[in-house]
Design a protein around this ligand. Structure first.
Ligand code: UCC
Ligand code: FAD
Length: 548
């Protein structure tokens, strides 16, 4: 006689248990720190309701488009069916919808309308922070678009950049443009001064034609770009090094939407950021306008670097927050050893550590946004300007690395499912990995920190010490005194280290650059956590995070 097994596992039956998946809820409502931060600094009903409604839209509409961008990556069509060269980058319909949404929601515009004065950047970046993990990486072109608008505004909007500026900052999807940022060439992405081979040939009408090879160009479906090149003299000679670089503006396509003076060599095959086209471009006489004085290219594109590095930091912290929101939800749905994960103390300790990192990163990044908002509206003191210069690279390099670690831990909190492609979770880790590479690697930004300290004869550091001390010197809760002592003693240690370092042989600080930048980040984060927890509207969680 044959033995029959349980019916539920026979024939087509595969058992009756199916794990509930983690559910994305309104990311604004699920973020107590974000709400608290806004209540404290920007208590506006209009901002609150905009973010609330946007949060709903992200859950019910946009998040699905984000997945579609991932599963329908861009393609390059080099020739049309009749053999004509077209170099068309075809993106998914979802990617197109992201562009329209970005205009409608004012994701760049808010930073220029300045409805909330010095807090407008904070508002804009909070909205981008909610958007980023659902955006299918559309935040990448938005970062460069914002950076380009800032450069153009700083140089004075005139001539061909007049139209560009109004399109980059438009809320009308019909008008809205995105910009590229083409800096990296094959010889070097960090050392742009030595690596740039692109030559700019002056034309009789005052414009230029660019010839060269851009090795990494992201979101290459952009309408325009800012890029670097060397102006050639009558004999075709150029000035080597950084001093020979000028900044150019170019429209990428003509009126028929065809690339002009450009051949798209190929699209990159990337670990992550697959939603977005990243191309290698041959510039073959690309018509361009020079925006900077000759030789001032790097200094002029620095405004773009500042803003894109801030966007990078916002994306980093938003990735951490998103994985945590999902992990917390999952901990209520998944059981092991007879109880939900949320009732296992060690699992919750793991999530708590991620929460503290995320909170610290959020406060650091928002503080940089606060500072740039002050600078742009003429409210910045000398101390603010110093802090902005120092903390921009610090925040970018630190949060980029944090995001990789926190999101990696986040994947593990789903067990094996965190490794399964169509849950959408692995893409979060892949996309985080780039955050420490583009817009300046960790080491290059650590050296940028040293350079800005040297160029200001240490004044940026003085401002750092003064402000950090003031954050922990105000009326803190008595229960936080352990945390205050800890930050205070770390500040003393840092001061002593720097006093000794200047007496050491050259090269000593270079080796210490990364550790120094990390210390600057961690101490400042500690002080911000204490400051936020000491605010009258703070919650118990705020105090707990500061103590952790
Ligand atoms: O990766 C890219 C796009 C990726 C996609 C966008 C993602 C956005 C986020 C999305 C989130 C989802 S575009 C490529 C990015 N490339 C880099 O970041 C380059 C990394 N390398 C550096 O940053 C280097 O430090 C260089 C290239 C800036 C070094 O060049 P130099 O010529 O050696 O620089 P110097 O001599 O230090 O500075 C030249 C001038 C100085 O001004 P003056 O002459 O007035 O004294 C500096 O003060 O530029 C000024 N400067 C700066 N100013 C240099 N760096 C800065 C800065 N960070 N801030 C202000
Ligand atoms: P390298 O400069 O060769 O650096 C190699 C290593 O050396 C790094 O670890 C670096 O930290 C280290 N290093 C370099 N110099 C020093 C030093 N002095 N001291 C210590 N360590 C050092 N670029 C654009 O211009 N536009 C884009 O749109 C764009 N999109 C990108 C998209 C993706 C997905 C990626 C991965 C890159 C993109 N980039 C873009 C390029 C990116 O900005 C560069 O890759 C990055 O700046 C590093 O340059 P590199 O690749 O030449 O590395």
């Amino acid at each position: 006689p044959t033995v029959e097994g349980p019916a539920e596992f026979s024939r087509a039956g595969i058992g009756g248990f199916f794990q509930q998946k983690p559910v994305l809820k309104n990311p604004f409502l699920g973020d107590a720190l974000l709400q608290g931060y806004l209540r404290r600094h920007l208590p506006s009903e209009a901002v609150y309701s905009d973010l609330l409604v946007f949060g709903e839209r992200l859950v019910y509409e946009v998040d699905g488009w984000g997945r579609e961008c991932e599963t329908t990556p861009p393609k390059l069509v080099t020739y049309d069916p009749w053999g004509c060269r077209v170099d068309r980058i075809v993106t998914s319909p979802a990617w197109q919808r992201m562009k329209d949404l970005s205009a409608q929601e004012g994701l760049v515009a808010i930073g220029y309308e300045r409805t909330y004065g010095e807090w407008s950047r904070v508002y804009q970046m909070c909205k981008l922070y909610l958007f980023s993990p659902s955006s299918g990486l559309y935040t990448c072109p938005l970062a460069m678009t914002d950076g380009a608008a800032k450069v153009i505004q700083a140089l004075g909007v005139s001539g061909p950049t007049q139209e560009a500026f109004s399109r980059l900052t438009s809320r009308n999807p019909e008008d809205f443009w995105t910009s590229g940022q083409w800096m990296t060439e094959r010889k070097g992405g960090s050392d742009v001064g030595s690596g740039t081979e692109t030559v700019a040939l002056p034309q009789s009408d005052g414009t230029y034609r660019l010839s060269g090879f851009k090795w990494f160009t992201s979101a290459t479906d952009a309408d325009m770009t800012l890029t670097l090149g060397r102006v050639a003299d009558r004999d075709g000679r150029t000035t080597p090094g950084s001093r020979g670089l000028s900044l150019f503006y170019a429209a990428v396509r003509d009126e028929d939407g065809m690339v002009q003076g450009i051949e798209v060599q190929r699209l990159k095959d990337k670990l992550g950021t697959r939603q977005m086209p990243t191309a290698e471009l041959l510039l073959d006489g690309l018509p361009a306008y020079r925006l900077s004085e000759e030789g001032r290219g790097v200094a002029c594109i620095a405004n773009m670097l500042t803003l894109t590095r801030i966007h990078n930091s916002v994306s980093a912290v938003s990735g951490m927050r998103r994985v945590l929101q999902l992990a917390r939800d999952y901990a209520t749905r998944r059981s092991a050893f007879g109880k939900p994960l949320k009732d296992h103390p060690l699992h919750m300790q793991t999530l708590t550590r991620m929460e503290v990192e995320t909170r610290g990163a959020f406060l650091l990044v928002m503080d940089v946004c606060r500072l740039i908002g002050r600078e742009e509206t003429g409210h910045a003191s000398q101390l603010d300007t110093h802090l902005l210069r120092l903390l921009t690279p610090v925040a970018k390099l630190y949060t980029g690395k944090q995001a990789i670690a926190v999101i990696s831990e986040g994947l593990e909190s789903f067990g094996g499912q965190g490794y399964i492609e169509d849950t959408g979770l692995p893409a979060m880790l892949r996309d985080a990995q780039v955050l420490s590479i583009w817009e300046g690697t960790t080491n290059v930004l650590s050296l940028d920190v040293l350079r800005c300290i040297a160029r200001t004869s240490g004044l940026v550091l003085q401002s750092y010490f003064t402000h950090t001390q003031s954050l922990i010197a105000s009326d803190f809760l008595p229960s936080l005194s352990v945390a205050v002592r800890s930050v205070d003693s770390a500040l003393c240690g840092l001061r002593e280290f720097l006093q000794e370092a200047v007496l050491k042989p050259p090269g000593y600080l270079e080796l210490a650059a990364r550790d120094l930048a990390y210390s600057l980040a961690r101490i400042y984060i500690g002080a911000l956590l204490i400051d936020h927890a000491s605010w009258e509207g703070a919650s118990q969680s705020d105090a707990y995070a500061a103590l952790r």
